[in-house]
Design a protein around this ligand. Structure first.
Ligand code: SME
Length: 155
């Protein structure tokens, strides 16, 4: 199966696993697990930074698969913080060339980050996928991950 088809299957699987679940971290944890299982080792760190309800201009680490992640990322800092500010997907082929990149693990060479919105259209989290491979992510990843994130909190 091609990668677009893999993403479509994963989207359906994640939706059926989380359908009706009211505890939001369970949704994030299930998506992180299934994504990492499907695409590891290309997906090295795979998880969510959630908007802190007590400090709405800061992200705090949520469920993930991988090595220890930084706990907090202010909006505007690093790749996740930039995506939280712009509320748009970012593909970074070389993180070492990204101004202000936060290196939680020096093995990361490229990444993709995708915003997750709640049912009211408010930014709830950032999906962060980091890879040891340079230039690991393309438009297929963008479309596949955006489709998963679009339904993650509303399925
Ligand atoms: N890649 C992120 C930092 C988080 S970790 O690497 C897990 C960033 O630059 O925003």
């Amino acid at each position: 199966m091609d990668r677009a088809g893999q993403y479509e299957d994963l989207r359906a699987e994640i939706e059926s696993v989380v359908a009706g679940e009211t505890y939001i971290p369970a949704r994030y944890a299930s998506a992180a697990s299934l994504l990492w299982q499907a695409f590891s080792p290309r997906f090295f760190w795979t998880g969510f930074y959630v908007v802190d309800p007590l400090k709405p201009s800061e992200l705090v680490v949520g469920p993930y698969q991988g090595t220890l992640g930084c706990l907090r990322i202010p909006f505007g800092k690093g790749v996740c913080g930039a995506a939280a500010q712009s509320q748009e997907t970012l593909i970074v082929p070389d993180v070492h060339a990204f101004p202000g990149h936060i290196a939680c693990d020096s093995r990361t060479n490229s990444e993709i980050v995708v915003p997750v919105f709640d049912a009211a259209g408010q930014l709830a989290a950032i999906l962060d996928v980091d890879s040891e491979q340079p230039d690991a992510f393309d438009e297929i990843d963008r479309l596949g991950l955006e489709a998963i994130c679009r339904r993650l909190l509303t399925a």
